[in-house]
Design a protein around this ligand. Sequence first.
Ligand code: NAP
Length: 294
Amino acid sequence: MAIGVHPRKLPGRGNREPGNRKDLVMKRQSKGLAVITGASSGIGAVYADRLARRGYDLLLVARNQLLMADLAKKIVSDTGSEVDILAADLTNSNDVAKLEQILREDSRVTLLVNNAGVGATAPLLNSDLADMRRMIALNVEALTRLTYAAVPAFVKRGAGTIINIASIVAIAPERLNGVYGGTKAFVLAFSQSLRNELGNTGVKVQVVLPGATATDFWRLSGKPVEQLPQEIVMTAEDMVDAALAGFDAGEFVTIPALPDAEQWQSYEAARQALMPNLSRAEPAGRYGVVHAAR
Ligand code: NAP
């Protein structure tokens, strides 16, 4: 069950001055409930702060309950948002099922940020297969299940937003561990398909491709962020602020570090240009196959 840290439950609230947080809470119009996975640290924790400041109540999801409780208290105090916590290991099917149920049944949910993820820096052939399977379970399977749980309710209501956190390795898998790149390529492809299918439903989809971001991700992946060339590392705050600015501007794919947006547009245009030619009855002439008529 989710644990709540709500403004009315904060100790000492009754002693505040007039024009204080109580008024803030009473005047505040919630934009609904934002569910953020991987909200105990890094990028997810910054999303939690920023979305609360934008008027969302929050459900924070991760394994580390203590970190989330501290963050929740701070956010409640800073913003007056209601913040719930769900301690869940999203590589565990039963834990994912608990969150699926909330996403299916709680009509306050208006936004899902699929952020929880792990990476690896070791080359594919030096990696432990069990670790790779856990990575796929979190980065791919949990994200897929949670999206499947949320979207039908959003479609029914004609509103709702999915923000999927992919990575630049979705299009540059040579940069890090190949399974990690593969999981993020999945997130990008899944988001592209989702956006295509949900075109006229009122449901918004954004996929974010961060470059190197200064979080614990790097230490946990086997290479502390201090060991990276600092000119390629962005703070989590800047990354999330840019991603939300991209969302506000109606972007579907947001690459916070990319200086020239036209580079992505050309890449996408080249992909679209391939589409009509990718599936045909005859092998391409360069293969020299004599086409046998059916
Ligand atoms: P982070 O600080 O390590 O945060 C990862 C979050 O995921 C934590 O809240 C962690 O919380 C949660 N998490 C990990 N395993 C989990 C599990 N089994 N069940 C539930 N939650 C779990 O790293 P981050 O950089 O913020 O990563 C967030 C997302 O950004 C990831 O999807 C990552 O792939 C992506 N990304 C990061 C970078 C980067 O350079 N940092 C670049 C591109 C993309 P608990 O440990 O409490 O469970």
